[in-house]
Design a protein around this ligand. Structure first.
Ligand code: ZN
Length: 720
């Protein structure tokens, strides 16, 4: 869905907001285009229908009037979190967790929408709201759901309505109860559908199939609900986009009930609430990973992704870590979102809330609404975006590497007590049992530092679209994989793709059936080796090997496999130092190649940060898959070079390049640009001069600490 703004940029507000009209006027003058409206505790319904059937839209009416007169467009929340009177009359037991306890009434996640009474009344609210504003010139679009999450840590919902719905879902899937009994063999035996109980936590002799069904149902059920809201809106107003913003995308979302790949199907525009820095600390690769994850979920459905919320000002009481926001940082985050292919951006918040939770925090302007340095820095970027809006809207990254991300693995990891859902432990802690999360993070970090663009892809998307647009596929911590996806991977290799995997190299299918040969699903025949046994890694265990570029050595982590080589042409390129057994096996297959690393290689990178490990992967990607960095930065030590982010976006006849210095010090480096021609600075429209003093044909760049350079290749008409 094309929007008339191109690339919208703005900030969020909690309603009611003091001097809202004045704030929108300031925004307009400063080059911003959109405002996103939320209500405390998702309380839009509570504020609008205080008594049954009596609607009060006065706050939104005024907001819309201000938007119409200033020209700022509003993304309006149509949250269906019910008001108190409705909760106490029809809420019933509400959401019930796996211990049988209900959430205290009034909490954000305390209402179960499988309760039909609530949905009938939600429909009336949606209708009233959409019909009232759908023709307003101040309307950008509709927030169908803000930060969907069934809970933050509990497994839900075991209420009677949800149980009945689950039984119906199973009946549709299995047909006969005997078929369910067979599939859930290790769980319980049922005589009829109404007896069927959802499983509780998986730990302790649980059935993977039962758990996978239960969590897949919950994910689909929640996506169905968000989709219902979106569709109700679109039935009345097909002209404005619907949105949903996810949080947090780097953690296991099983207890949230949110499969991001499913959520991307529900609305027109996917969004992200990114608070990685106030959750984890200052790791720029994590922010980038969140953005690339969101972009990938949306891309699978051919939809755009936004940053709907990212910190605009300092936090204090709220969130685990305190973080101030300098003007440079405020500007950097918009540029980073552009570099990662986002198509819209709203800060959290414009003006800080005047009371309560987050009160006085997160503002892009001061508490009295006055403009500060940070506002001006963001404004500069907003104006540049305005001047290049349609170019930014129509330019995209074109990754040649995909990282497999599997919701099925996340379900089981959570159920097994491995991946939890919030970052309680420091990143890459050696004691961390979040193997899957850490492996995804390690793989992404490596590629991000190497300036190799990547997509995430899930099994569903592989099934639907295949892997044709990629040259390499990374399988981080591939615990579970079904045969049909393994077959697609084999085909990918035969036709020229390169695949790298690591421990546990496809041990089981998604329902927990163990493959007798590992790599499972017959993948061992492609990788040219087979696991004989596996065990834990002793302290100090290293992997050493040799490439044409010289030797390398890095630590193993968590587990190691003993491998039998099954194909003559498979080459052992590295060994465990303690006993000399094979640690990395390489093989040419068909037009492509495979690589198996017999330990937790990617989470190992997050923990040990080995330059040799990164160099090895980079060598393999270049030699075997023909994948090189998007741009090569020359003359920087690795310690600085790795934290200069590169974003390359391809438009119809222009290429955008965004360079971001995440280092706390300034950097100067060269850039070879033989293939790219001349560059125009996006901010001042000046041509970037070639440094004739250097011997090779290099462009020389300097970036301040947290500095950004955005440029585009010159179109023929623009050249002097
Ligand atoms: Zn329920």
């Amino acid at each position: 869905m094309h929007n008339e703004i191109g690339f919208p940029v703005g900030a969020s507000f909690f309603l009611p907001s003091k001097n809202f009209a004045d704030d929108l006027s300031s925004m307009k003058k400063l080059g911003f285009t959109v405002a996103r409206l939320e209500w405390p505790r998702n309380g839009f319904w509570e504020a609008t229908e205080r008594t049954p059937g009596k609607y009060d839209f006065s706050v939104l009416d005024q907001a819309m009037k201000a938007a119409e007169s200033t020209g700022i467009k509003l993304a309006v929340q149509v949250g269906i979190f019910p008001p108190r009177w409705l909760r106490s009359k029809f809420g019933g037991e509400g959401v019930v967790n796996e211990k049988g306890l209900s959430m205290p009434p009034g909490q954000r996640n305390s209402v179960c929408y499988d309760n039909p009474e609530i949905m009938t009344r939600a429909k009336a609210l949606i209708e009233k709201t959409v019909l009232r504003y759908r023709h307003s010139s101040g309307l950008y679009g509709w927030i169908a759901w803000n930060e969907p999450g069934l809970s933050w840590s509990d497994i839900t919902c075991y209420c009677r309505y949800t149980r009945i719905r689950f039984q119906g879902w199973l009946k549709e899937k299995y047909g006969e109860v005997e078929a369910l009994n067979e599939a859930w063999a290790d769980y319980s035996q049922w005589n009829n559908w109404t007896e069927v109980e959802p499983p509780h936590m998986l730990q302790g002799f649980g059935s993977y199939a039962a758990w996978q069904d239960w969590r897949s149902f919950i994910d689909e059920n929640y996506a169905r609900l968000v989709s219902w809201v979106s569709q109700e809106i679109k039935n009345l107003d097909p002209d404005h986009p619907t949105k949903v913003n996810l949080i947090p995308v780097l953690e296991n979302s099983t207890p949230f009930g949110v499969d991001p790949w499913e959520m991307a199907k529900t609305v027109d525009e996917l969004g992200l609430s990114i608070f990685d820095i106030t959750l984890y600390g200052d790791y720029p690769h994590l922010v980038a990973q969140s953005m690339d994850s969101g972009r990938s979920f949306a891309k699978a459905q051919n939809k755009p992704c936004w940053i709907d919320e990212i910190q605009a000002g300092p936090n204090y009481c709220s969130h685990p870590r305190v973080q101030g926001v300098s003007p440079e940082r405020a500007a950097l985050w918009i540029w980073q979102s552009i570099a990662r292919g986002m198509k819209g951006f709203t800060y959290w918040l414009w003006r800080p809330r005047t009371s309560d939770w987050e009160g006085g925090e997160f503002g892009l302007v001061d508490r009295d609404g006055s403009i500060i340095q940070r506002t001006l820095a963001a404004s500069e970027v907003a104006k540049t975006i305005g001047n290049n809006s349609h170019l930014l809207e129509s330019s995209f990254p074109k990754p040649k590497v995909a990282i497999l991300q599997s919701t099925a693995i996340q379900h089981i990891m959570f159920g097994e007590g491995m991946d939890q859902n919030l970052p309680f432990q420091d990143l890459g802690s050696i004691r961390s049992k979040s193997h899957y999360r850490d492996s995804l993070m390690g793989a992404y970090k490596m590629l991000w530092e190497l300036k190799i663009a990547c997509d995430f892809i899930d099994p569903g998307t592989i099934k639907e679209k295949g892997l044709d647009e990629y040259r390499a596929l990374i399988l981080p911590y591939p615990y579970l994989l079904n045969k049909d996806i393994a077959d697609a991977i084999k085909e990918f290799v035969q036709s020229g793709g390169s695949v790298v995997t690591e421990f546990p190299s496809v041990m089981k299918d998604e329902n927990g059936h163990v493959y007798e040969q590992v790599p499972g699903a017959d993948l061992w025949s492609v990788f040219g080796c087979r696991e004989r046994d596996f065990g834990h890694v002793e302290d100090g265990e290293l992997i050493t090997g040799q490439t044409e570029n010289g030797g390398f050595e890095f630590p193993a982590l968590h587990y190691r496999q003993s491998l039998d080589i099954t194909e003559e042409k498979a080459k052992v390129v590295a060994r465990f130092t303690s006993d000399g057994s094979p640690a990395i096996v390489y093989r040419d297959v068909g037009q492509g190649s495979t690589l198996l690393i017999a330990t937790c290689f990617f989470s190992g990178y997050l923990t040990h940060d080995s330059a040799d490990a990164s160099r090895f992967l980079s060598y393999w990607l270049k030699q075997r898959a023909g994948i090189v960095p998007e741009l090569e930065l020359i003359g920087l030590p690795r310690s600085l070079e790795r934290n200069v982010e590169v974003g390359v976006l391809y438009g119809n006849d222009t290429t955008l390049v965004i360079l971001i210095n995440h280092n706390p010090v300034g950097v100067r480096f060269g850039l070879r640009s033989e293939n790219m021609g001349k560059f125009l600075n996006l901010v001042n429209e000046q041509e970037i001069e070639l440094d004739n003093t250097s011997q090779s044909k290099e462009l020389q760049f300097s970036l301040d600490p947290l500095g950004v350079l955005a440029m585009k290749t010159m179109e023929t008409g623009e050249r002097k």
